[in-house]
Design a protein around this ligand. Structure first.
Ligand code: ACO
Length: 377
């Protein structure tokens, strides 16, 4: 049998060239569209970040207005999509399952559009799908999108029916920009695999949503929030960490496949969360979040001296999204609202220089069986 070299989890293997983001896991560097993540997050609107990834340059003022208008005009859902989401909400399906279904339905007919239009439509409908599903789940009717609001503000508006504060919009926009792209993470890889077969971007987006759903990828911030709430109430950070580690459990929000230092996105999000909580949020809660991080990192170092386990993006995501009013159950779908910008840019990049992604597996099954007739088994 041919011996195939095995790389479980494809760790350390490059399968595509990209100009979208660069990660140095040892140094703790993340560059998105040519900018350090901190600079992008401090300056960009989400629409500018998306334009940057799709076009490899910042838009001019006129281009930005045109791009915003185009995205805003693609936000509406059809009655059929809304009724599917209503049914999903009534049955209490997982928000990521509702998102996957809603995005697939919202884009039916998109095969007649250009790739650029399909990309824009896909990015534009993510918040509308999430918000409509959530409103139905609360027993309310969806709130129609407002095309005079930017992407981040409109998302919060559609969730609550109230125009959000500037602080909440700024906090969410920082989050969306910070996590818009991150190398060849599992969901982005999934999206590229799908378009590498010359399939379409909607299929790629729905597959990527499925990949992001898992707790080892996008599903961590919900459990992080529960952990923070528990520790905020008990005041016993050290006891919590020791109990979890003694039970052989993982601390959510810590450790990363690529980073061997503190995830640079944690620095951006922790500063944004601090700004938000100091400007009128629950400052005591932020104090707990910050103190817990220090305790956890110290105890993790003692627990695994050979493997640096530091804070990952999900830790401060939980604190920031909770602060700006995103319901805990929508943390992962909100991650998708941001990451779809990266997914779509990767799809275009893959399509522009395509080679089908088709790795091999190492066969470890039987080779010498002879067929047993069914009556003899
Ligand atoms: N808490 C305690 N121990 C940990 C943690 C953690 N958070 N993370 C890793 N370890 C331990 C593992 O148990 C393992 O120990 P072992 O060698 O005795 O089995 C060792 O460190 C190495 O861990 P791996 O699983 O090999 O690391 P990997 O790179 O595969 O996993 C991952 C990275 C999945 C993020 C992991 O650190 C984890 O499960 N963290 C908690 C969940 C989480 O925060 N996920 C969000 C990640 S960020 C993102 O995807 C956007």
């Amino acid at each position: 049998m041919v011996d195939t070299e095995l790389n479980r989890g494809l760790e350390g293997i490059a399968v595509a060239e990209t100009r979208l983001s660069y990660i140095d896991g040892e140094a703790g560097t993340l560059i998105i569209g040519g900018f350090p993540v901190s600079e992008l997050a401090a300056n960009a609107t989400f629409e500018e970040s998306v334009f940057l990834l799709l076009n490899d340059r910042l838009p001019t003022a006129d281009e930005l207005v045109a791009f915003r208008t185009s995205l805003a005009s693609s936000r509406e859902l059809t009655d059929e999509t809304r009724s599917g989401l209503k049914r999903a909400a009534a049955e209490g399906v997982d928000p990521m399952d509702a998102l996957r279904m809603g995005v697939a339905a919202a884009n039916l007919g998109a095969e007649t559009a250009t790739a650029q239009q399909a990309v824009e439509r896909t990015i534009a409908v993510f918040p509308t799908v999430v918000a409509a599903y959530w409103r139905y789940r609360q027993g309310d009717d969806p709130v129609a999108p407002r095309d005079d609001l930017r992407h981040a503000a409109n998302y919060l508006y559609m969730l609550t029916g109230t125009e959000p504060s500037d602080a909440a919009t700024a906090g969410l926009e920082t989050y969306l920009n910070t996590v818009i792209d991150h190398g060849l993470n599992a969901s982005t890889f999934t999206a590229r695999v799908v378009v590498s077969t010359e399939s379409d971007v909607v299929s790629a987006a729905t597959a990527a949503v499925g990949s992001l759903k898992g707790p080892l990828h996008g599903g961590a911030p919900g459990p992080v929030l529960e952990m923070l709430m528990e520790v905020h109430e008990s005041g016993d950070a050290e006891g919590y960490v020791r109990r979890k580690l003694a039970a052989g459990e993982r601390l959510m929000g810590f450790g990363h496949r690529v980073y061997r230092v503190r995830d640079p996105r944690a620095a951006v999000l922790s500063a944004a969360a601090e700004r938000f909580y100091e400007a009128g949020g629950d400052a005591d809660f932020f104090e707990t979040v910050s103190a817990f991080e220090a305790t956890a990192v110290e105890l993790l170092a003692a627990h695994k001296p050979d493997r640096r386990l530091d804070t990952n993006v999900e830790y401060y995501t939980a604190a920031l999204l909770f602060g700006v009013g995103i319901p805990r159950d929508l943390f992962t779908t909100t991650f998708a609202v941001a990451r779809v910008g990266g997914w779509m840019a990767h799809c275009l990049e893959q399509a522009a220089d395509n080679r089908i992604i088709r790795p091999r597996s190492r066969y470890v099954g039987a080779t010498d069986r002879t067929w047993t007739p069914i009556d003899d088994r």
